[in-house]
Design a protein around this ligand. Sequence first.
Ligand code: AMP
Ligand code: ZN
Length: 476
Amino acid sequence: MTLTLHNTLTRARQPFEPLDPSNVRMYVCGPTVYDFAHIGNARPVVVFDVLFRLLRHLYGEDHVTYVRNITDIDDKINERAAESGEDIRDLTTRTAAQFHKDMAALNALSPSIEPRATDHIPHMIAMIERLIGLGHAYEAEGHVLFSVQSDEGYGVLSGRSMDEMIAGARVEVAPYKKDPADFVLWKPSTPDLPGWDSPWGRGRPGWHIECSAMGEAHLGETFDIHGGGIDLIFPHHENEIAQSSCTHGGAPLARYWMHNGFLSVEGEKMSKSLGNFFTVNELLEDWPGEVMRYAMLATHYRQPLDWTNDGLTQAKQSLDRIYRALRALDDVEADEAEVPPSVLGPLTEDLNTPLALTALHDLTTECNKAEREDDKGRFKGELLSAGRLLGLLQEEPDQWLKSKVRKVELGLGEAFGEGVGPDSILDDADIERLITKRINARKNKDFAEADRIRDDLAAKGIILEDGPEGTIWRRG
Ligand code: AMP
Ligand code: ZN
């Protein structure tokens, strides 16, 4: 099966041909660690996690290297530490640990390598020295700047003309810049700020050079895929390309550039002032991580994604349906099945996750209809392997369907009106006891009693479904 990917560089969908199929290499810009990750930050993590899983599936688990950096030196970090008085290293370590926890809750695998910028300062200094030596960078007032005029290819990724780029550069242009579009590779640090000794005095790196140096250190001069959010195309990725290709005699930095679309919330740009700013951590209090992941994958990665309560509710219902099908097959041994082409195919077409999710539902329908044991085993196996590829269905069905209980309890007052307090909440054991009572009533042909139990449960939001495997229940 051929993998095709949309390449921002060529503005076209292209067949993916890795430089070395025994080591497919991907770099994705990681977080700047000074605060909780918001739900927009999670989008590239989830999108490129699907690609990482897909590449591992196609080329083998040991044949993919995924690097996602941690930016732990940045002005925003310095500002935050100065405000709170927290030690910078403590702030970045704590925030990075929180990021790991939140992303793991979204079923994102750890990348193969997660370099920290501050562990690569000598590498950055060496790269800057090479750029100066080659005439692509110059020192001015303790700063080192990249000279965009020295790079014929500058603008290749964003497709912007030099005039547009200058207009986009900061309004206030530093007097020491030869060209307004020149950007910082190194800048001086005051004694109260983090700094490293360098040929240009004590200072710290600019953001763009961090990724160029970490990419080179871990993936070499040219690698296969470079990813990030669409906002990073210019200037960050344009500048990464300029720095790396000029250091490497024109060799491209990456052959395929991929960018995820932006995420808005209920139709508006997410912002603290609008009150629609959500961290992953706080959303996880209300929604299982898998629901959040599903909601993300329901939109194609290149499209803008509107994060809504309705979308989350639908994602929850969709997952519940699949988990119910799996629970009904609890006693069936799953086959060691391949991911079915109906799911794999769309993923290989520029990560068409919405279509893959539709196929997952069709498979669920097959599961629900299956009568023969071998069909059940096959469909169950296919569902599970498709789920693994998408990073979904990682919970035990029973646990998943019961875990909903807690969520529903939180909203019971509203859902059931006044007077229905927590006292009337039935726990799992109560429900199962009543179901057994109802089964016995039916066995005794006391259908009135059986119906009464079912209606009582329904009044409390407990829905029973009688199927060939017996009665299953859920909180509606
Ligand atoms: P930052 O920490 O701002 O450098 O962002 C980290 C990653 O999150 C980058 O790849 C950004 O492109 C991405 N990102 C930030 N905000 C959003 C958003 N609202 N929607 C999608 N991606 C975003
Ligand atoms: Zn980067």
